[in-house]
Design a protein. Structure first.
Length: 359
């Protein structure tokens, strides 16, 4: 059972014994979520801070990067709640509204982040392979309009998830879980799973691979004198890293989701396969979620321009932080001296016990 699937839908044969969630999830999954949250939150906050500076040039690529970082941040803000959910053996203690909100943010990121990554791949293809032809179409205004459309499509794709997300008691575990409660005897779950497989993996992955294959062929066909061998190697390594990161992070989750959909349709599976799907689903989610932590390092921190902007931001902010720290230290020292003067009985303004007895 996983946070994306309704346990009432994932009906299994009684002969298949499943592991208790506490045996493999209670400790490890929250720890993995915590690592993903810390790394992803810090990385994406830096991306937003750097790319939203006035001194940073507004480009099509930066527009998609900021939206990608915002999508990841929205999702990452819900990750601590899911970590607590797993650590309490599927007991949701945050109420009905947070159940729907966290479920919606999770699903929204599954669609939005992959759509933005796909747009970035298409933009890179146009900029590298057709630089002259794409000058008129590659504008920041158009990129912002496309970003708004992506958010709208992702929100519409997420709407069924929010609608069916409910709090349900699980008597077998003695908890109240936040699950997707689809109506019984319907095809909502397999339909949603197949839509997710298609829209958030198969189509984007096809577009991404096609774009980067053409980019690689174009760079390999370009004379090395124009680009330079070091530049060519760096771009090709980036191309391979982007495709591999996308595939390795999301492929296991979508395979398990597809198998789970087949099982809900009544397709017979051996017990070992059903147990494997149930056991590995949570870890495949961790792998998919780690993409939100990898994105900043993959798309930003490896770029020279972004590192220059980050260093410029640090040089601008560091003196101000140092001045504030010195000012706070001075005030604390002054306050400490005043306290010391008030407590010292030997000061001229404070009568001592001996002088009082003489009077």
């Amino acid at each position: 059972m996983d946070i994306e699937n309704d346990p009432n839908v994932s009906v299994i044969e009684e002969s298949c014994d499943f592991l208790s969630p506490s045996q493999h999830q209670k400790g490890l999954i929250p720890a993995l979520y915590s690592v993903i949250f810390v790394l992803g939150f810090l990385g994406n906050v830096l991306v937003v801070c750097v790319l939203c500076q006035r001194s940073c040039r507004q480009t099509v690529a930066n527009t998609y990067l900021v939206n990608l970082a915002m999508s990841d941040l929205l999702f990452l803000s819900s990750l601590p709640f899911w970590a607590v959910f797993y650590s309490l053996d599927y007991n949701w203690v945050f109420g009905w509204f947070m159940c729907k909100l966290c479920g919606g943010l999770l699903s929204l990121n599954v669609y939005a982040s992959i759509f933005f990554i796909t747009c970035m791949s298409v933009d890179r293809y146009c900029a590298i392979v057709h630089p002259l032809r794409s000058q008129s179409s590659r504008s920041v205004c158009r990129a912002r309009a496309i970003s708004a459309i992506i958010w709208a499509v992702a929100a519409l794709s997420t709407a069924p998830n929010v609608w069916f997300r409910q709090l349900r008691p699980l008597p077998s575990l003695n908890v109240t879980a936040c699950v997707l409660a689809y109506p019984p005897d319907t095809y909502w779950y397999p339909a949603q799973a197949l839509v997710k497989n298609t829209l958030s993996f198969l189509l984007p992955f096809t577009v991404i691979v096609t774009c980067y294959l053409r980019i690689g062929c174009h760079l390999l066909g370009t004379p090395a004198i124009e680009q330079g061998p070091e530049h060519l190697d760096r771009v090709l390594r980036m191309v391979v890293a982007v495709v591999l990161a996308f595939f390795l992070c999301w492929f296991p989750f979508h395979v398990l989701t597809f198998l789970s959909a087949l099982r809900s349709l009544g397709v017979h599976m051996p017990c070992w396969l059903e147990q494997g799907v149930e056991l590995l689903m949570s870890f495949s989610l961790c792998l998919g979620f780690s993409n939100s932590a990898i994105n900043p390092f993959l798309y930003c921190f490896v770029g020279n321009h972004f590192r220059e902007q980050l260093w410029r931001l640090y040089r601008e902010k560091a003196p101000r932080l140092s001045q504030k720290r010195d000012s706070i230290s001075t005030r604390l020292s002054s306050f400490s001296r005043k306290l010391s003067d008030l407590r010292d009985p030997g000061t001229p303004d404070t009568p001592t016990l001996h002088s009082m007895s003489r009077s």
